[in-house]
Design a protein. Sequence first.
Length: 354
Amino acid sequence: MRKPLAEIKDTEPKRDHGDISDLKQSITDVGLINPVTVDENGILLAGRRRFQAVAELDWEDVEVTVLPVNGDQLKAFRISIDENLKRKNLTDPEVAVAIKEYDELKRKLEGSQPIGKHLSLSQCNNDGWSQTKTASDLGISRPAVVKAIKIATAIEKYPELAKETGGQTILRQYKQKEVGIVQVPQGKYRTIVIDPPWPVEKILREERPNQYDLDYPTMSIEEIKAFPLRKMAFEDGSHIYLWTTQKYLPVSFEVFKAWDVNYECLLTWVKNVGFTPFSWMYSTEHCLFGRIGSLPLLKMGKRLDFTGKVREHSRKPDQFYNLVAEVSPEPRIDIFSREKHDGFEQYGNEISKF
């Protein structure tokens, strides 16, 4: 059915819908392919960009789909954002704002209800009781809801982040703003252990429940290559240990090359558990060993493999540090360290994480 534009009411706050010139041209050329959606009272639920476009084209009426909501605010909100959440060209910030608004509306409308039932539904109470239900209501994954709400929170605190379209970039910059930038040590070291914050977005919660969310700023490959490790090493001899992931193992050799480190061998951590993201079970993790100069080992013939229990994300086993202390001399430094080990200085913004 068609409805006069004058009878359609848009009750949402005015927003910048971006450049709609292409949409207006398309409507001019082929007409309005998809109608806008209104409730039984003519309140606009979905199709705001299309509605704005036909209004600017001075249409008098427009094709509409009427979906009765009978005063159900949550139903109206779900209808209004369902279309946007499924748009392929929607940016992460736009998704985040929509999900957060829905989550806040749900909290407001259901705030007087006991939350025990909601808490029992959630597998992670720290993320808030309503997010599991939000994911179910909107037909999207719970991790996507958690990520979106974090993005919206970041943009709310630092509005300048809204100019970014990549969600992971926003979260990384947000974390950098929150924790600040730690100055690189000015000293020289014979032994450098470095566990770079590789650009990993997430590990599936179902596979690794303790490693679901990355709560520190990651770095791009180029940023890792540009890290001034060489300034921290003795030119006449230093040992370099570079932790890497299965995905970034090939890239790690490029990083060594960028740092002008001579690769020698690969240490392997054999874990007590593993997970299967594709076909093989990932039950090992690797650390490249290389040298600057020709500094010899303190002890010869040590094995390249060691066993150790898996703990929190990025937390390496004590067995590794014991091994390094046996074969590589002081002064030693643990870069991007999250836990203090005897015989190692620390660098990073989360040195007391564990």
